[in-house]
Design a protein. Structure first.
Length: 323
């Protein structure tokens, strides 16, 4: 990387010290996520799924840097699934991995033709494509002896998924930083759980990753996800710190103050059983003066187009492509 890297969005040129601060910041966030959720252990074989996008490139780079000074030993194997999408530059990722001198596996499976054959023209292909991709990833992980599968979802992806599930799925559910795979044989981890997309974009530009466009299949990013992304970006611009507060809320769930009877025994609640949060939920929230003046309707509004498109939404809309 050059000693000076341009970041066009700010119209300025930053010396390498700025980049180093950004890199250290991202490494701290990844390291904290790994520690908080025990994502990587001594002796692990971590298969990093790389699509050629900024997030998976950043994930691979940050994990390689952290491995150099980690107190434990673990292997990293980069994996890319070439789904034979028209125009996919198959030579880019192998050349990049060779340049890094790391272990990698390129898997070629023509899922593109399967999806085009099964899904009518004009319908979303994401659900079937995602299922096929997951099955292949799990199979390759078994072949490689991988104990962990690392995906490049970041903090903003998780918050977008939270609101998509609430608005269109009727569930308070996001992307967990760590979970078991669908087949129960692997642990899937998301080490970028604390990293925001803006920092990752700046890091990717400075590193000059050979980015591969994500629209090669001809499909467009889910419309509802676009609206939610725009909503969150507007919130952060108008009320700095709100996104961090939402992120913190993901780790501060109070079941006794929701309505899920599977998480809290409301029926069995008796006098003499004080709750940790008490009845403070009856009190008005302590909002900053500016936010209180805006009104709750403005704070939680959803774009009319997103609501109108809800009828087209299905479970497939919640699957984000971050292989």
């Amino acid at each position: 990387m050059d000693a000076i890297s341009a970041l066009p969005e700010q119209g300025e040129t930053y010396v390498s010290n700025t980049f180093l601060r950004l890199k250290k910041h991202l490494e701290r966030q990844v390291g904290r996520a790994i520690g908080d959720f025990n994502m990587i252990e001594d002796g692990d074989v971590v298969m990093v799924c790389c699509s050629g996008g900024k997030d998976s490139y950043s994930l691979l780079s940050l994990l390689l840097s952290l491995r150099e000074r980690a107190p434990i030993n673990f292997r990293i194997i980069a994996m890319n699934l070439d789904q034979k999408q028209p125009g996919f530059p198959a030579e880019v990722l192998p050349a990049y991995f060779e340049k890094l001198g790391i272990e990698y596996r390129i898997i070629t499976e023509d899922t593109y033709s399967i999806v085009k054959d099964k899904i009518p023209e004009g319908k979303t292909t994401c659900s079937l494509c995602s299922r096929l991709r997951r099955g292949i990833i799990y199979r390759v992980a078994r072949e490689l002896g991988a104990t962990k599968i690392a995906l490049g979802h970041h903090r903003d992806d998780m918050l977008e998924t939270l609101f998509l599930n609430m608005f269109f799925g009727g569930r308070i559910k996001s992307m967990p930083p760590k979970l078991t795979s669908d087949d129960g044989q692997h642990i899937v981890i998301r080490p970028l759980a604390y990293c925001n997309e803006r920092d990752l974009s700046r890091f990717a530009r400075a590193m000059e990753f050979p980015i591969i466009p994500c629209n090669l299949c001809g499909s467009q990013e889910n419309l509802q996800r676009k609206h939610v992304k725009a909503m969150l970006q507007e919130w952060e611009q108008r009320y700095p710190g709100r996104i961090q507060s939402l992120t913190t809320a993901l780790a501060n769930v109070v079941p006794s103050h929701l309505q899920d009877q599977r998480l809290f025994d409301f029926k069995g609640l008796q006098k003499g059983q004080p709750l940790a949060e008490g009845d403070v939920a009856f009190d008005a929230p302590d909002l900053p003066q500016q936010e209180a003046a805006v009104g709750i309707a403005s704070i939680v509004r959803v774009d009319r187009d997103a609501v109108a498109g809800a009828e087209e939404a299905s479970g497939s809309m919640l699957v984000s492509r971050k292989c």
